[in-house]
Design a protein around this ligand. Structure first.
Ligand code: 48H
Length: 263
């Protein structure tokens, strides 16, 4: 075994991957519950999906459970999505079920990757690509997270896509960038409101979807964008939201193939 061969194997495979990632059907930003769920359903539809996650791990806010107690809660309405991922749950009364966060992270990630989604860990999305007339988001701009953290000015690279999903959680980072830097889209991020779990879960699941041409929102970013309440450690809305946004993207891509691109 030679050290040079180890290096060659990594460099060749990684560069092939990065070349493929220059253009995909859907760019999902964030590998939390809503992003992984969306990635799974979209990849299952046969779409080329890239997930950009700035941490070197999956799961977003699932891992810490409720105030670091290693359980989260899912409501009855989300049991179908849970079953799709093969995640076990235990009834807790009142239509609620408890789930082990490590199992949820592992199975969401496994199914998304197995369905064909490409997850890039340590990739920070710092900007968007857009076109005018009509205004449209056409991809993401990203750098490796250690570069972002170092605050060095290093020019990023691009991934073009037919759809970008903001699944960045509480910060709604992608939509905040769009609101600030692509005023033609007329977006504004209202910021999430105080806790009202039942209402928040319903609204997030209902309203996840398209916010502008080429730009979609899912998960907590939906609450932040529309000014909906927060819900604490109940995650059914995140799963339903991921499924909903995937349906919305798949429907739009089927309905309006872009010029020069197959549907
Ligand atoms: C690359 C990025 C970037 C970026 C962020 O926070 P998440 O788990 O998001 P959701 O919406 O799927 O789930 C929310 C849930 O975890 C939660 O916090 C709940 C239910 N809270 C309720 C309450 O009341 O508090 O995951 C987002 C992921 C994270 O892994 C980030 O690291 C990642 O997105 N991310 N990745 N580029 N610019 N910004």
């Amino acid at each position: 075994m030679r050290e040079a061969d180890i290096t060659r194997a990594i460099v060749r495979a990684a560069l092939r991957d990065l070349e493929e990632l220059s253009e995909v059907d859907v760019a999902v930003v964030g590998a939390g519950p809503s992003g992984l769920t969306a990635a799974y359903y979209l990849a299952k539809e046969g779409l080329r999906v890239a997930v950009f996650e700035r941490r070197f791990s999956f799961g977003g806010g699932i891992g810490p459970g409720g105030n670091m107690l290693p359980r989260i809660v899912i409501q009855e309405e989300a049991l179908g999505v849970l079953a799709e991922f093969g995640v076990r749950s235990v009834p807790a009364g009142g239509g609620l079920y408890v789930v082990d966060p490590a199992e949820l992270i592992a199975k969401l990630a496994y199914k998304a990757v197995e369905a064909g989604a490409k997850v890039l860990l340590g990739a920070h999305v710092s900007d968007l690509i857009y076109r005018k007339e009509p205004p449209r988001i056409t991809g993401v701009v990203w750098v490796w997270s250690p570069i972002e953290i170092s605050q060095s000015h290093v020019d990023p690279i691009f991934t073009e896509s037919k759809a970008v999903i903001d699944a960045t959680g509480h910060g709604a980072e992608v939509l905040s960038i769009a609101a600030r830097k692509v005023p033609e889209l007329g977006l504004s991020v209202k910021g999430e409101r105080s806790a009202y779990a039942e209402l928040a879960e319903r609204l997030v699941a209902e309203r996840s979807g398209r916010v502008a041409a080429g730009l979609y929102v899912a998960g907590m970013a939906t609450a932040a964008y529309y000014g909906f309440p927060r819900m604490g450690p109940i995650f059914g809305g995140m799963l339903l939201s991921g499924k909903k946004v995937a349906e919305s993207v798949a429907r739009d891509l089927r309905a309006t193939p872009l010029p020069g691109q197959p549907s």
